[in-house]
Design a protein around this ligand. Structure first.
Ligand code: PLP
Length: 405
C-alpha cells in the first residue's frame, strides 16, 4: 500500500485526534527506523519516551515472545510469576513498598488519586479529599486526570470536571502554602514538567513541597510517567532531589513498548487500598510484565551513569549550535529553546524530511532518544538537527500577513 493510500484510509477511518507527521514508519532497529522506501531515520523520540531501549531490544523481545507462548493472559483473579517479579524489582529500584498495575499513565494517576483520597478519608474524614497540582502540569486525558492537569487548553469543552483539584504556581512555594487547607490530602508534581515544555522544578521548590507534606501529613505524589525508569539518569527523577514520595506513578518507559502503568506505594500508603477498592482487567498482564522486567533489570548504576553522560554530551553540542538559545531537562529528557524566528513544529517537519525524528513540547523542541542510543547515532542526529536549524535561519523571511496588490 502506498503512503498516499494509507493516509487517505487513516483520515477516513481513524478519529482525527492526532496531527500526524508526513511519515509512515515501517520497521526499526535500535535507535534507527525506516519508512516504506527504506529511508532511515534517527529516532530522538522513543515513541514519546516509551521504547526507551530502542526498537527490538533483544532481551525484551525474547521475554515477551516466551511469555506469549506460555501464557498471554489470565486476569488478576490468579497469581502469575512475571507480575510479582516486576513488582519486587520496581520496589527495590524505587525504594517503595507495593505496586498496583494499570495500563497507562492516566490510569496510574487515577489510581494515585483514588489512593490519596482514601488515605485522607480513612484517617481524617471525607472532607480531606483535595489535591494540589501545579499550573502547566500534565497528568493525562481521562476526565479526572484532565481535572488534575493545570492547563486550561486541555479542559475546553469537556466539563464539568470532578471537584477537589486546586492549582498552585510551580515556582512560588508561598502560593502552594496558601492553597493548603484542612481538606488537602495530597500534592502531586512532575519534577520536570514534560508536556508543559520540559520545565524542571527548582530544587528549593521541591524541598519546600516536601516540607509542607511532612509537616501536615499531606501525601506527596510524584508523576514519573515521563521522567521515570531511567529517563533522567536516575531510576526516578525524584532521586536527584532525595525525594521519598508516598506515591509514585510510572508508565511510558516502563513497558519497553507495550502498554503498562504502575502506582507505587510507600510506607504510609502501602495498606490504603484493600480488597475491592481498585482493579483492572488487563493491569499486570503477564506478557507486558515479562517485558518490563527485562527493562527494569537492565537499569543499574552503570547504565544510569551512561544516560547522564550522553545527556550532557548532547546538551553541550546543542548549546554550541547556531539557533539554539538554551537547553533544559536532565539525562535524556531534553528541551531545546530555538531562535524565536523558527516555529517548533516546522523544525520537526524539516528534521523528519532530513532523517531525524524528534518532538515538541509547548514552545520547545523535545528530545527523548532511546536510553541505549550510541554516540554514532547521537552525532548523526545532532548533525541533521544543526543543519536544519542553519538552513531554516538562512531562508529569506516570508512576508508577514496577507499582501493585496
Ligand atoms: C504522558 C503522560 C501522562 C499520560 O500517560 P498516558 O499513558 O498517555 O495516559 C501522564 N503524566 C505525565 C507526566 C505524562 O508525561
Amino acid at each position: 500500500m502506498y503512503f498516499s493510500e494509507l493516509q487517505k484510509l487513516d483520515r477516513q477511518y481513524i478519529a482525527g485526534t492526532y496531527k500526524r507527521a508526513e511519515l509512515q514508519v515501517e520497521k526499526g532497529s535500535g535507535a534507527l527506523c525506516s519508512d516504506l522506501d527504506g529511508h532511515e531515520y534517527v529516532d530522538f523520540s522513543s515513541g514519546i519516551g516509551v521504547n526507551s531501549f530502542g526498537f527490538g531490544y533483544e532481551k525484551w523481545v525474547d521475554a515477551v515472545k516466551k511469555q506469549l507462548d506460555m501464557l498471554p493472559h489470565i486476569s488478576n483473579l490468579y497469581y502469575t510469576r512475571p507480575q510479582v517479579a516486576l513488582a519486587k524489582a520496581l520496589c527495590e529500584r524505587a525504594g517503595m513498598e507495593r505496586v498496583f498495575f494499570a495500563n497507562s499513565g492516566a490510569e496510574a494517576n487515577e489510581g494515585a488519586i483514588k489512593t490519596a483520597r482514601k488515605y485522607g478519608a480513612d484517617k481524617y474524614g471525607p472532607h480531606r479529599h483535595e489535591i494540589i497540582t501545579l499550573e502547566n502540569s500534565f497528568h493525562g486525558r481521562t476526565i479526572t486526570t484532565l481535572a488534575a492537569t493545570g492547563q486550561e487548553t486541555y479542559h475546553k469543552n469537556f466539563g464539568p470536571f470532578p471537584q477537589g483539584f486546586v492549582y498552585a504556581n510551580p515556582v512560588d512555594i508561598a502560593d502552594v502554602k496558601a492553597k493548603v487547607t484542612e481538606n488537602t490530602c495530597a500534592i502531586m508534581i512532575e519534577c520536570i514538567q514534560g508536556e508543559g515544555g520540559v520545565v524542571p522544578l527548582e530544587p528549593e521548590f521541591i524541598a519546600g513541597i516536601r516540607e509542607i507534606c511532612a509537616e501536615k501529613d499531606i501525601l506527596l505524589i510524584t508523576d514519573e510517567v515521563q521522567t521515570g525508569v531511567g529517563r533522567t539518569g536516575k531510576f526516578l527523577c525524584g532521586q536527584h532531589f532525595g525525594l521519598k514520595p508516598d506515591i509514585v506513578t510510572l508508565a511510558k518507559g516502563l513497558g519497553g513498548g507495550l502498554p503498562i502503568g504502575a502506582v507505587l506505594f510507600g510506607e504510609k500508603t502501602k495498606d490504603t487500598l484493600g480488597f475491592g477498592d481498585h482493579g483492572s482487567t488487563f493491569g499486570g498482564n503477564p506478557v507486558v510484565c515479562a517485558g518490563a522486567l527485562e527493562i527494569v533489570n537492565a537499569i543499574d548504576g552503570k547504565f544510569l551513569d551512561a544516560v547522564t553522560e550522553k545527556g550532557n554530551y548532547i546538551a553541550e553540542k546543542l548549546l554550541s549550535m547556531r539557533g539554539v538559545g538554551g537547553v533544559t531537562g536532565k539525562g535524556l529528557m531534553l528541551g531545546v529553546d530555538i531562535d524565536e524566528k523558527l516555529v517548533p513544529g516546522d523544525v520537526v517537519a524539516e528534521c523528519i524530511k532530513n532523517g531525524l525524528i524528534l518532538l515538541t513540547a509547548k514552545n520547545r523542541l523535545r528530545m527523548l532518544p532511546p536510553l541505549t542510543i550510541g554516540y554514532r547515532e547521537i552525532d548523526r542526529g545532532l548533525g541533521i538537527f544543526g543543519g536544519v536549524l542553519s538552513e531554516m535561519l538562512d531562508r529569506p523571511e516570508e512576508p508577514e500577513g496577507e499582501t493585496v496588490d
